[in-house]
Ligand binder design. Structure first.
Ligand code: UDP
Ligand code: MG
Length: 197
């Protein structure tokens, strides 16, 4: 675990129809970011939601200018959402997290501590996702194949929770479905990549 750092931190949250979880996610993220960073911003990317997610975001921004909103006119996909947020991010450290509360913001300090050990990208690794076999088996095959082919050994490429040194997100260029391969691209660029359970 890590105490308060001198870093400015950015959290990037791509979201598509996640209205129900946004206020709670904001609350949890703010608590942990204030504890861990000297300053922070939360960049929410509304990827063309149709459930009024953006109204919740505007409400949050009214009360907290550290909340930034990027809003897409239609659904462009997670890679496009991350890509735009990465361009806007000001953080020395950038954290990505899914908006559906599947990942716990309390894990952020642990990821930051790994960066401070000398890594450039630390990927979360969810051991017991409460997903059915029909989802975990393809995921297992995807992770094994990607590890084998790329030489970047991770157990959970798809985990939405990751922490990066700021320079990494400025270097990787992603589109289409490439968000699943960010650790591979970063590893091939020479960045030090690891994972944390
Ligand atoms: N998401 C997005 N655009 C999309 C699909 C998903 O921004 O077109 C967001 C979604 O709201 C969530 C994150 O990307 O915050 C991960 O999506 P999902 O939970 O569907 O992925 P999984 O958990 O199955 O990997
Ligand atoms: Mg999810």
């Amino acid at each position: 675990m890590t105490g308060k750092t001198d870093y400015f931190g950015t959290v990037v949250i791509p979201l598509y129809n996640e209205r129900e979880s946004l206020a709670e996610l904001y609350r949890q993220l703010t608590t942990v970011m204030e504890r861990t960073f000297a300053g922070h911003e939360l960049i929410f990317v509304d990827d063309g939601s149709t459930d009024g997610s953006v109204d919740v975001l505007r409400e949050l921004r009214l009360g907290d200018r550290r909340v930034k909103i990027i809003s897409f006119r239609r659904n462009y996909g997670k890679s496009a959402a991350l890509s735009d947020a990465f361009k806007a991010a000001r953080g020395d450290i950038v954290v990505t997290i899914d908006a559906d509360l599947q990942d716990n913001p309390e894990e952020i300090p642990g990821l930051v501590a790994r960066l401070e050990e000398g890594f450039d990208l630390v990927s979360g690794w969810k051991l017991n996702r409460k997903d059915p076999f029909t989802k975990t088996l393809p995921s297992l095959l995807f992770n094994a194949t990607t590890s084998l082919v790329s030489g970047i050994k991770l157990h959970d490429f798809n985990c939405g929770l990751k922490a990066y040194r700021g320079e990494v997100v400025k270097r990787v260029s992603i589109y289409g479905e490439l968000h699943r391969f960010i650790p591979v691209i970063a590893g091939w660029e020479g960045f030090r990549v690891t994972e944390k359970r």
